[in-house]
Design a protein around this ligand. Structure first.
Ligand code: ADP
Length: 591
């Protein structure tokens, strides 16, 4: 199946069986049923010695005690049968594992792939709300728990059911009285399960929640290390994390205790039953109702039955954890906070005209409006610098222009089209975003610049490197453009990282540039080199910039002062300075 269709298949299956975890689990194995059936078949074959062994043991004892005719020859025949069955286990086990693993690894990879696809579809507001550590935990840990759940259901449960079934069938065929004794265990097991089920489920849910939150915090803590170290906050971070980890330990502790209590209660109960069974069958043999060898056989079968019932009981927490994880994966796959692009107007070309008409925007309908009646017309090729106090809504305007957030009131038009009617992905092919902190990843400088593009000619790459003022960086690196960049660009300076981000924007040759300038001060040489690179980049393209550098503000065609969710002043630098209004005041504050 094609990957996209396969991802959709998983999402559709979760939708179809919404709220029914077991049905969902069976549903996602569709297409792999033949492998599951194969694995079950080979499993029964490979497992058969376990069922035959008690009969063979009883036969040998009965032959040895002379209760059964056949003598030494009979003993040898029984032994040979057993040895052959046991040896067959190796090839049969191989066939079973091949079939099962094919199915389960396919579903595991499919689930992860569907999650990745869904994460790429979910809206940016979803991603801003959701900690990345939590998502990572879902993709890795929860899928693993589902895989364990499948293993328990398709292999262990099968084994348990077969073990119990065979033991009961043989017992029924031999003695109804002993069978009746065996059946007594069922109500006791059911009672234990009922008593513990609720508590296990609660403990599991609490533990999973705690783990998710901790992994999210752990990731943030790691990202924050440069900041916390710079402020000598190591101990503060450590005690914060210690508190969280302590909570996880506490929740894990109560889960372990409940789990182990359940285990020991069932063990003790069933051991008492087994002792009872031994005494009961021993009494029957004493009375001559059954041969002595059968005492051992019944003991083996009964032992097998109670082991299996105990296995069901210990399985409950694993099943509960797996079902909980399946639900947690469903939370993502069923989330409908997706950007809708299907069937909307595709943009082949973008001129870069933007019209903000009475724009309103709030992140939460119950909270204040961040933008409240913003009006602004940006002409193609124009550079507009947004200034204003921190929290005024400048970055929010950029996010609207990218289409990450849609206006909650008013109309935003791009080249005359309402942004709500546009296929945003086709629009974004024509824009480049230079964020405040450049996102670099592990790989070569070339890969970082050409990120996601089809192969780019060396000539074009060279032009871009020159334009972004990166020539001397490239020359100073041991392998030039193919030099390796450490994770997050750790081996580069702030200025170099920004110029790489500018080169990345350049190479896309976009018509619209969205630029959130870094607030941190750079030395004047770095500052000038970035400014030069930016000027080349912005030339002839519509540019929206949240400006902190004086040079950017001076060179912008127009400056928009944002205050109270509106544009309160608009004009070029000289005009606004002469007006001595909001912009002039802002400048006075900064000096
Ligand atoms: P600026 O860029 O001017 O500093 P922003 O556009 O980043 O301001 O933020 C404007 C307001 O919106 C701030 O009060 C901020 O707290 C709020 N805000 C920003 N992002 C979010 C978000 N994802 N959810 C809720 N509120 C937000």
């Amino acid at each position: 199946m094609e990957i996209k269709n396969r991802d959709d298949f998983f999402i559709r299956t979760f939708e179809k069986y919404r709220g029914h975890n077991l049905k969902t689990l069976l549903g996602i194995y569709k297409g792999n049923y033949k492998y599951l059936a194969g694995s079950a078949f080979w499993f029964v074959a490979k497992h058969s010695p376990v069922w035959v062994m008690p009969v063979v043991t009883a036969n040998i004892i009965n032959l040895a005690t002379g209760e059964k005719p056949g003598g030494v020859e009979g003993i040898v025949k029984n032994m040979l049968l057993m040895v052959i069955l046991v040896l067959l286990n190796i090839p049969l086990n191989y066939l079973h594992t091949r079939c099962y693993s094919h199915a389960s690894r396919d579903v595991e990879a499919g689930l992860r792939s569907a999650l990745v696809r869904k994460l790429q579809l979910l809206s940016m507001s979803f991603h801003k709300k959701t900690a990345s550590g939590r998502l990572q935990s879902k993709i890795m840990r929860d899928v693993e728990a589902v895989e364990t759940l499948s293993n328990q259901l398709f292999v262990n449960i099968l084994q348990i059911v077969l073990n119990i079934g065979v033991a009961l069938v043989i017992t029924v065929s031999k003695s109804m009285v002993v069978f009746g004794f065996f059946m007594l265990t069922i109500p006791v097991a059911v009672l234990i399960i009922i008593i513990f089920r609720k508590k296990m489920r609660r403990c599991n849910a609490e533990f999973r929640c705690e783990i998710e939150e901790t992994s999210a915090e752990m990731m943030e803590m790691v990202e924050r290390i440069p900041v916390s170290r710079a402020h000598a906050l190591e101990n503060w971070e450590k005690s914060r994390m210690a508190k969280r980890l302590h909570e996880v330990a506490n929740k894990g502790f109560s889960l372990d205790v409940t789990q182990s209590f359940l285990g020991s209660i069932s063990w003790v109960t069933f051991q008492v039953f087994q002792i009872g069974c031994l005494a009961f069958t021993g009494y029957m043999a004493f009375k001559g109702r059954i041969p002595i060898g059968d005492v051992v056989m019944y003991q083996n079968y009964f032992g097998s039955i109670i082991n299996q019932v105990a296995a069901i009981i210990t399985l409950i927490p694993i099943l509960a954890k797996g079902l909980e994880s399946l639900k947690s994966i469903g939370d993502i796959l069923l989330c409908d906070d997706i950007e809708q692009n299907e069937g909307k107007e595709k943009m082949e070309n973008v001129r870069g005209e933007m019209e903000f008409e009475n724009i309103e925007f709030c992140y939460d309908p119950n909270e204040r409006k961040i933008l409240n009646g913003l009006n602004l017309h940006i002409k193609p090729g124009e550079t507009v610098a947004f200034v204003g106090e921190s929290g005024a809504g400048k970055s929010t305007i950029l996010n609207l222009a990218i289409g990450f957030n849609l206006p909650t009131g008013g109309i935003l038009k791009i080249d005359g089209y309402d942004i709500n009617e546009l296929d945003l992905r086709s629009y974004r092919e024509h824009i480049s975003v230079v964020p405040q902190t450049s996102v670099l990843f592990t790989g070569s400088l070339r890969e970082n610049i050409t990120f996601g593009l089809p192969p780019v000619s060396e000539k074009r790459l060279q032009e871009v490197i020159e334009a972004a003022n990166l020539t001397d960086l490239v020359e100073s690196l041991p392998c030039g453009i193919d030099s390796h960049i450490a994770e997050h660009g750790g081996n580069l300076s702030g200025g170099q990282r920004q110029r790489i981000a500018i080169a990345r924007a350049f190479i896309r040759d976009p018509q619209v540039i969205i630029l959130d300038e870094a607030t941190s001060a750079l030395d004047s040489i770095s500052e000038r080199r970035i400014q030069e690179a930016l000027e080349r980049l912005m030339k002839g393209r519509t540019t929206l910039v949240v400006a902190h550098r004086l040079s950017t503000i001076r060179n912008a065609d127009r400056i928009a002062v944002i205050e109270g969710g509106k544009c309160v002043e608009l004009g070029d630098y000289d005009t606004l300075m002469k007006q001595k209004g909001a912009f002039w005041q802002l400048k006075q504050l900064q000096q």
